[in-house]
Design a protein around this ligand. Structure first.
Ligand SMILES: [Zn+2]
Length: 329
């Protein structure tokens, strides 16, 4: 039984604040894409209901019908039981044990696959983005936290119970700040967006003059990594110091990953990667001088090519690759 590659795939990138439903063909062309808010406060069944509505919208927008759909891939935050299709626990969605597969399967009558959102983005980059043809690669999402999708010998690495690749919780500094996970000095507590904001806040509270405060309309609560970047581009010393410190810790994490995994490339995506020109050169320099010899010479550290669409495209790729694998068996 061959799979019909003229049919299309639905990809869902589910986030805690917004979600995207897209339709893609087997060549990576996006035929339609629908973005909306995630009605998290209304509970899981409301979210799943809105996903179904938006699948129909995306199908209509692409001028297709439900019969044209071959499968659905879904990327979601949290700890997932991918075999049973259950989201076991997601702090972002405030979900416990939510069946994400059955409602979609019952609605469209096609196979539905789920995987962690950053892992699917890695699959997307590998097939259609910056990681084309790579067998050993790490995709890193730098944002509010730090997540990864690690591909080893062409396969997505999941760990024994699906907990592998939680690079945001590598301890980088044993005396570092407390992390959301309860530990101290985790990679994401030192190099993700909130750590940048915390550094800027600290400088302002110590009385330093900075354009960050002006750009945030003199309200500390308005500070974002994007505002710090804007100030850094204007040459603001506090903002540049925030970046210097963040790059340092980011570099340390990348040094460890390069030494442990010896990847061909590390692809960096997520909101903070948009400040590449200031954030990344010092971190890359650290990798090239402090990672293990050999590994540091081959590793390429490159930006995501799929950008904000990586999750949705990756969700489609998840479904494509699962369907292709089933066909081989
Ligand atoms: Zn942690």
């Amino acid at each position: 039984m061959g799979i019909d590659k003229n049919k299309k795939i639905v990809g869902v990138d589910l986030g805690g604040t917004t979600f995207t439903v897209g339709i893609m063909d087997f060549n990576g062309n996006i035929l339609s894409s629908v973005d909306t808010d995630t009605p998290v406060e209304n509970g899981p069944s409301a979210v799943m209901g809105k996903i179904l509505d938006n699948i129909d919208l995306a199908i209509n927008e692409a001028k297709l019908s439900r019969e044209d759909i071959l499968g659905v891939g879904l990327g979601a935050p949290g700890i997932l039981d991918v075999e049973r299709g259950i989201n076991i626990f997601s702090p972002n969605l405030k979900w416990h044990n939510v069946d994400m597969v059955t409602p979609i399967k019952d609605y469209l009558n096609v196979p539905v696959f789920i995987e962690n959102d950053v892992r699917v983005a890695a699959l997307g980059e590998r097939r259609f983005g910056a990681g084309k043809g790579r067998k050993y690669m790490i995709f890193i999402a730098l944002g509010t936290g730090i997540g990864s999708g690690i591909i080893i010998n062409g396969e997505l690495f999941r760990g024994s119970i699906g907990g592998g690749g939680e690079i945001g919780h590598m301890v980088i500094d044993s005396n570092g700040p407390k992390c959301n996970c309860g530990n101290y000095g985790c990679f994401e507590s030192l190099a993700a967006g909130p750590s940048m904001v915390a550094r800027a806040e600290k400088a302002i509270k110590s009385g330093l003059e900075t354009k960050v405060f002006e750009l945030a309309e003199r309200n500390i609560g308005n500070i974002t990594p994007a505002i710090i970047y804007q100030a850094a581009k204007l040459g603001d010393k506090v903002a540049l110091d925030v970046f210097r410190e963040t790059s340092f810790y980011l570099g340390l994490g990348l040094v460890t990953l390069t030494t442990v995994f010896n990847p061909e490339c590390i692809i960096i995506g997520g909101g903070i990667a948009k400040s590449w020109d200031i954030l990344m050169p010092p971190a890359i320099q650290m990798v090239k001088t402090r990672s293990f010899p050999g590994s540091r010479d081959v590793v390429e550290i490159i930006p995501s090519q799929l950008g904000d669409s990586a999750g949705m495209i990756g969700a489609c790729v998840l479904a494509i690759e699962k369907l292709e694998k089933e066909e081989e068996l």
